[in-house]
Design a protein around this ligand. Structure first.
Ligand code: FNR
Length: 194
């Protein structure tokens, strides 16, 4: 009988809002994970100062180091974020800018899945493609499909109860997490063979 190798994913949340729809998605992920996969939330991107090379020269902020280490130790990252003005929220971009300056850069070679939720019709699709562009420079391995873009999210996510109320949405997210697990395991196999 073959044994499933356990995987550990971490979640990077792009919203700071307490009542965030994306926060509900992020916190639902552990219960939607496939067998053998654990999922843990990273710290808040709100704990990072504005990126400033002079500040960096004084030493990497502790919150940046902690997040970089947690990402580096993981088997994959799930970025869950709103779309702001057709792009990535500033707080998330700021966090990515800091993380890109840590050595070793923790996203290099890391499997990454993206999820966005929005009250709008197309669910944050434009932010996803800006995020993909940023992550190319990080040399991350971004999962192509399925793409989780939760449109009209007010009808699918109950922010008061803190749950994804639409079963179809929850099931679709499950399929993406399973695909990320497959990508992560496939990449480990390649590492072993090469
Ligand atoms: C938004 N919102 C938004 N929605 C969208 O689908 N496309 C967009 O370009 C934008 N732009 C935008 C800019 C700014 C500054 C704000 C504050 C909001 C709406 C956004 O999707 C909505 O507020 C979500 O509820 C934000 O996500 P959280 O915080 O609920 O996770």
């Amino acid at each position: 009988m073959s044994e499933i190798k356990p995987l550990h994913f971490v979640v990077l949340l792009g919203s700071l809002r307490k009542g965030s729809l994306n926060r509900v998605v992020a916190h639902s992920l552990p219960s939607l994970a496939p067998e053998g996969v654990t999922i843990q939330q990273l710290g808040s991107v709100g704990d990072f100062p504005h990126y400033d090379a002079d500040l960096q020269a004084e030493g990497m902020p502790a919150a940046v180091i902690a997040m970089a280490e947690a990402i580096a130790a993981s088997d994959g990252v799930i970025i869950v974020t709103p779309e702001y003005n057709y792009s990535v929220p500033g707080a998330l971009k700021n966090a990515l800018d800091w993380l890109s300056r840590t050595q070793p850069q923790p996203f290099a070679g890391k499997p990454v899945a993206i999820q966005t939720a929005s009250p709008g019709a197309i669910g944050g699709a434009r932010a996803q493609y800006h995020l993909r562009q940023i992550l190319v420079f990080f040399d991350a391995h971004i999962l192509n499909k399925p793409e989780v873009m939760v449109g009209q999210a007010m009808a699918k996510i109950d922010a008061d109860a803190g749950v994804i109320s639409d079963a179809g949405t929850a099931d679709f997210i499950k399929t993406q997490l399973a695909a990320l697990a497959t990508l992560s395991r496939r990449m480990k196999k390649v590492e072993v063979v090469v």
